[in-house]
Write a protein that binds this ligand. Structure first.
Ligand SMILES: [Zn+2]
Length: 218
């Protein structure tokens, strides 16, 4: 099984499991598994409460494996303090319900890790679309968090070097909003790590079990 830990498209293929990203007010009920959250770029001050309520309603749904993508984004137009407020509200829900968080971070890794420490969180954060250096990756891992890799793995040589050295239990794979099929990302990742696609699939299945509590059946 190809496990796609963060995506905005459903593949509709029997050998792919998509962890589909839901926006609270645009639920796609075709998704077998999903994460749900208020993205920092799409915060609408008039509907925050309503959207938080939708998240609360969905969190006990067996199909809901994570809150996300949520986080902080220094390049989007949303006021940064408002972003922090909405982010903190959501990670508190995640912590209370012991559910992992898919993190969207644009130039805000330090702030996010700081908030995590400040709030004393124990739930795992999965920094999706990881495209930073080894130092930041080590900081993430040191706080019991994870990185999810996608299309950047195909182009970024430095990222490939860092990725090759990671332990099997420290990462996830995704295609996010890109058109690149998740199978292609697995093929690339397996080549970089010099293992077979089958081994990679088993390792990812173990990570899904450990982090999302989701047992993958072949
Ligand atoms: Zn995304």
């Amino acid at each position: 099984m190809f496990l796609n830990t963060h995506t905005h498209h459903l593949a509709h293929q029997s050998d792919i499991l998509d962890l589909y990203n839901q926006f609270p007010k645009e639920m796609n009920f075709d998704a077998k598994l999903f994460s749900i959250g208020i993205h920092p770029a799409y915060i609408n001050i008039l509907s925050i409460e309503e959207e938080i309520e939708i998240i609360n309603q969905n969190i006990h749904n067996k199909s809901c494996l994570a809150i996300g993508e949520i986080g902080l984004d220094k390049l989007c137009e949303t006021d940064f303090n408002l972003q922090i407020d909405v982010f903190e509200k959501q990670i508190k829900i995640a912590e209370e319900n012991k559910i992992p968080v898919i993190i969207h971070s644009v130039r805000a890794y330090q702030e996010i890790l700081h908030i995590r420490k400040k709030l004393n969180l124990t739930i795992p954060f999965i920094f999706h679309g990881f495209n930073k250096n080894e130092q930041i990756l080590n900081q993430i891992i040191a706080q019991n968090c994870f990185a999810s890799f996608g299309k950047n793995l195909l182009y970024n040589k430095n990222l490939q070097i860092i990725f090759a050295k990671l332990s099997a239990n420290q990462f996830f794979l995704e295609n996010d909003a890109s058109e690149i099929p998740i199978k292609e990302i697995y093929q690339f990742a397996a080549e970089i790590r010099n293992i077979t696609i089958e081994e990679l699939q088993l390792q990812q299945a173990r990570n899904w079990k450990t982090i999302f509590g989701y047992e993958v059946h072949k």
